[in-house]
Design a protein around this ligand. Sequence first.
Ligand code: SF4
Length: 210
Amino acid sequence: MNKAPFFAVTRHRINIDGKGVVTLVCFGMCPLRCKYCVNAQCFKEDETWKWKEMTPEELYQQTKCDELYFMATGGGLTFGGGEPLLRSDFIREFRTLCGPHWKLSVETSLNVPAEQVETLLPVIDCWIVDIKDMDPAVYQAYTGKDNRQVLDNLRLLAATCGSEKVKVRVPLIPDFNDETCRKRSVDGLREMGFAHFDLFEYKIKHSHTD
Ligand code: SF4
């Protein structure tokens, strides 16, 4: 059975994850270890973070009470985490249950095998990609992983779903990159064909941001 562990489901987010009323669904587990992760509890081996396990059908039953809001505002579900693309089969199955009219988005690092991206190409309306930084050394220092897979998957997205469905988050990461690094990242992304960016800074003094 396609059951997945979650650590949160948050309803009635308005114009935060894109247009409309959105329910944010957070899967546990992530391949990265970002230094300022706000959800670091979601990859603890002991799974003390686990709030609930659900099948796609159970998640659909839990979220469909907001269908009228989704239809009226152009909203739907955003799958975040952790890393939602570790659960591509789950999301694909969810699409068959909710039908074609809910907007489905993913917030992803894209640091997953290409098959996980390919599985979702036909069912995702909006890709929100946090690339951290395009520079391999900055990326490695901040996440503990290399970013070759991220770059390959960005090329895959550019070649398949095009730039309109993709928003790339390009953060300033205190102590890891600067404006010059970020401009280089944005220039590289433009060369790949992307046009929509979310430029922001991680706030680490009082609270960390994802
Ligand atoms: S990708 Fe997000 S959830 Fe994963 S370690 Fe980085 S900040 Fe945390």
